[in-house]
Design a protein around this ligand. Structure first.
Ligand code: BGC
Length: 505
């Protein structure tokens, strides 16, 4: 009998231990926000309706053979249906962006009443369903007329125009919008759009791989990056002066962050990783927190890196109430400056950084394998190096072949592993305040058009009605958000060790 009760106590302890790592939505702070995201050009469609004019993304996608956002998921017409789906899912926040050329078709000046009405209606619909809007002002879609007039983000004129656009948004929507991201994934926007030529407006130096019509990969990414920081800071100053005390919102800049970890424990790889972190994170975070670029960048780039005046430095410093992190994949970093992950490019950001990067996924072919320790590493690094700022994970998710299946179990495993990583980071003191799945529903993808998708809802793009069907991930997120799904971080740990334990050179 005594043995039996000892056995019983042992069993209870065993169960308690094995479930002590399990977590639910309720393990996160009450005011932590779980959401999902889209962006205007990728979700809305209706590109030439009700006064909208083309953006650089329209032009870019029409010059390539990978589809376009002309109709895409038709969010412009189906927003009520989508907000209903979000509400049924228990989504706490919806991140979307405002199409500048829908709101202000000439880039500056007159506001388009129909564009204004669309965003007012969308925000009202979200409010009615108790879903908090997180609004991104710029997501790759500069009005084409501004690109034509002065070259867009590589010209300082963008600062004034962006601030005026932001002013309209704060004035018109600020009563109901408490979270603003000025510019989406500023770092990779500057690299992809002005160095690699793979995202709009598609600038790069002449190279064997991509045929850009214009560009200079050794200077433009840094120039664009500089103007992005100044435009963000200018919008932030305006918000603080004119709106913040009344509207009580927060405003931040978002950066794209790869997880980065040394490939070996050699001193060289450690230093190479520090350099990669300075380039990928410090490029924007150091000015935002300390008012200047990292020394590693200044040293390597010399006069190619623009310089902040004293006044600009003071304006940029402290201009983000939070940092938005867009995170998908992790790389091991090794000190082989002469090797490039983009062998076609003889100059540009990757060359300047001078490191070689190897996928940290289990197989070197799938950079999309979950490596949640990569995100934990980013959050820990930011906490330690940048005074632990408030953070929102504004995008995270897994692409899968579009037509494959609605049973997107791998996506669920991916998302739950990363949510686990966020919880670990919070326990370790990171001030992370929200997590958004990319994407709420299938849409026009930035790099792959309609061949892969990240959505929790399947959209039938051959159907004129663009029928939505939930994938398994939609049910999983619903269960997680209403607290009925318990995520065991045993699984997360298992995943983490499987993927982090193996290297792939
Ligand atoms: C971008 C999205 C894009 C997603 C998946 C992010 O970097 O913000 O627009 O669709 O990645 O590639």
């Amino acid at each position: 009998m005594k043995h039996l009760s000892l056995f019983f106590i042992f069993l209870v302890i065993l169960l308690a231990t094995s479930f002590s790592d399990a977590f639910t939505r309720n393990n996160f702070p009450k005011d932590f926000l779980f959401g999902a995201a889209t962006s205007a050009y990728q979700w809305e469609g209706a590109v030439d309706e009700d006064g909208r004019t083309p953006s650089v993304w329209d032009t870019f996608s029409h010059s390539y053979n990978r589809g376009n956002g002309d109709i895409t998921s038709d969010g412009y017409h189906k927003y009520k249906e989508d907000v209903k789906l979000m509400a049924e899912m228990g989504l706490e926040s919806f991140r979307f962006s405002i199409s500048w050329s829908r709101l202000i078709p000439n880039g500056r000046g007159l506001v388009n009443p129909k564009g204004l009405l669309f965003y007012k209606n969308l925000i009202k619909e979200l409010k009615t369903h108790g879903i908090k809007p997180h609004v991104t002002l710029y997501h790759y879609d500069l009005p084409q007329c501004l690109e034509d007039e002065y070259g867009g983000w590589i010209n300082r004129k963008i600062i004034e125009d962006f601030t005026a656009f932001a002013d309209v948004c704060f004035r018109e929507f600020g009563e109901d919008v408490k979270l603003w991201t000025t510019i989406n994934e500023a770092t990779i926007f500057a690299i992809g759009s002005y160095d690699q030529g793979i995202s709009p407006p598609g600038h790069c130096s002449p190279n064997k791989f991509i045929n850009c019509t214009t560009g200079n990969s050794s200077t433009e990414p840094y120039l664009a990056g500089h103007n992005i920081l100044l435009a963000h800071a200018s919008a932030s100053k305006l918000y603080k002066l004119k709106y913040k005390s009344k509207q009580r919102g927060s405003l931040g800049l978002s950066i794209f962050a790869f997880g980065l970890s040394p490939y070996t424990n050699s001193k060289d790889d450690e230093i190479a990783t520090q350099r990669a972190k300075a380039f990928f994170y410090g490029w924007m975070l150091k000015p935002l927190v300390f008012g200047d670029y990292p020394d590693e960048m200044k040293k390597t780039l010399g006069s190619r890196l623009p310089v902040f005046s004293k006044e600009e430095s003071e304006q940029v410093k402290g201009s983000s109430d939070f940092i938005g992190i867009i995170h998908y994949i992790t790389f091991y970093v090794t000190n082989q400056p002469s090797r490039s992950i983009f062998p076609s490019m003889s100059e540009g950001f990757i060359k300047d950084m001078g490191v070689y990067m190897i996928s940290a996924g289990n197989s070197s072919f799938d950079v999309w394998e979950a490596t949640p320790w990569g995100l934990e590493g980013i959050l820990e690094y930011i906490k330690q190096s940048y005074n632990n700022p408030p953070i929102y994970i504004l995008e995270n998710g897994k692409p899968m072949e579009r037509v494959s299946t609605l049973q997107d179990t791998q996506r669920i495993e991916f998302i739950q592993a990363y949510i686990g990583a966020v919880l670990n980071a919070i326990k370790n003191g990171s001030d992370t305040r929200g997590y958004f799945v990319w994407s709420m529903i299938d849409l026009y993808e930035l790099l792959t058009g309609y061949t892969t998708s990240f959505g929790m809802y399947y959209v039938n793009f051959s159907d004129p009605g663009r029928k939505r069907t939930p994938k398994l991930s939609a049910s999983w997120y619903t269960g997680f958000l209403n607290g009925t799904i318990d995520v065991s971080s045993q699984d997360t740990i298992q995943l983490q060790s499987n993927f982090s334990g193996s290297s792939s050179l």
